[in-house]
Design a protein around this ligand. Structure first.
Ligand SMILES: Cc1ncc(C[n+]2csc(CCOP(=O)(O)OP(=O)(O)O)c2C)c(N)n1
Ligand code: SF4
Length: 328
């Protein structure tokens, strides 16, 4: 020791910022999930435990015998992540511990296969933050369509061709279904808005009871865009109204990212191979493009995005801030 003293603050500022997911994992370049998981775990801090469904995030972070996680982490099944997280939370509560429980799943594991366990976890009021990394298909097994895949996107099981223009069905409105559980907090977020992701994680962890975050996470491989464009693609999904950023408290809309001048959906779609067939000289393509624009316009109207969230339920927000209600 040279006799110099250093303040705790100065010492802290010299430490690397906490990252629950560190470098050295095996995600593709530009993977939105890898970035999203880093942001989520940074914001949540070290006193957490994670249940992670099968999927790309689980696979690329834990090639045996290595792990890129710097926190207690458990691989759950595809179908039971909500139940595993609920059990962890109950056990920690019984031991009087304040460690936060996080559950991670892809859209296949959340919208489809793990939905029953997730719904039960929310309905029983377990204090878990469930994060769905939404890359809009079953990427880990070869880009099969999920109920989150957008209308008209081409996947290996909803190809574009003579018979159809990609996926025939609409993207499932998972946020509305989650909101119908009247949980304290549910929100959408995007890797293109990192500060917003962190803010929503902190907000979700501050409310007593279950919370849910849907993070739009581009997949260069499955969406067919250059990995360097992931942030631009994610930002355009928000700026066109196709992926609105909203917050719900006990089932009511309480916050939106306003869109004063929404961009045309073509700007978003044209960057991605999964929508390339929509730019062919084909009347069906023109019809589907118009349909997707109508879906974005409907989102803009429904959430009052131009007005910055017309009709927000401030009474509900106040109730949550006061900590009143079912989970208080
Ligand atoms: C019950 C069950 N069905 C199917 C599989 C095979 N499987 C493993 S990963 C995966 C895809 C995961 O998709 P998603 O949840 O969207 O996550 P992503 O890989 O896209 O991040 C599938 C189908 C499995 N492991 N368990
Ligand atoms: S396939 Fe997609 S989600 Fe999976 S690691 Fe690659 S970029 Fe990420």
């Amino acid at each position: 020791m040279n006799g110099q003293t250093i303040s705790i603050e100065a010492l802290r500022s010299q430490q690397p910022r906490y990252a629950g997911l560190t470098a050295g994992h095996r995600a593709c370049l530009g993977c939105g999930q890898a970035l999203a998981a880093r942001l989520v775990t940074e914001a949540a801090g070290p006193d957490v435990i994670v249940a992670n469904a099968t999927g790309c995030l689980e696979i690329f972070t834990t090639p045996w015998p290595e792990s890129a996680w710097r926190l207690p982490w458990l691989h759950s099944l595809f179908e039971n992540t909500g139940a595993v997280a609920a059990g962890m939370e109950a056990a920690l509560k019984a031991q009087g511990k304040s460690t936060k429980v996080l559950a991670f799943g892809g859209d296949g594991g959340t919208f489809d296969i793990g939905f029953q366990a997730l719904s039960g976890m929310l309905e029983r009021g377990h204090e878990v933050l469930y994060v769905c990394y939404d890359n809009e298909a079953y990427m880990n097994t070869g880009i099969q369509r999920s109920s989150s895949t957008p209308h008209a996107a081409a996947t290996t099981t909803s190809p574009a061709g003579r018979a159809r223009m990609g996926k025939r069905h609409l993207k499932k409105d998972i946020l509305a279904i989650i909101a119908a559980h009247h949980i304290p907090y549910a929100a959408t977020a995007s890797v293109a808005y990192p500060a917003d992701v962190r803010k929503k994680v902190r907000r979700a962890l501050a409310v007593p009871g279950p919370s849910f975050l849907l993070v739009h996470s581009p997949c260069p491989l499955g969406w067919g865009h250059d990995g360097a464009l992931s942030i631009e693609v994610a930002r355009l999904a928000v700026e066109t109204g196709l992926f609105p950023l909203v917050e719900m408290e006990r089932g009511s809309l309480v916050g939106v990212l306003p869109l004063r001048a929404p961009k045309p959906v073509r700007d978003y779609l044209a960057l991605q191979g999964r929508f390339a067939h929509l730019f062919a000289d084909d009347p069906r393509a023109r019809e589907e493009l118009a349909h997707l624009q109508a879906l974005a316009d409907a989102n803009i109207e429904r959430y009052g995005l131009r007005a910055g969230g017309a009709g927000l339920d401030t009474e509900s927000a106040d109730t949550v801030r006061r900590g009143g209600g079912q989970w208080a």
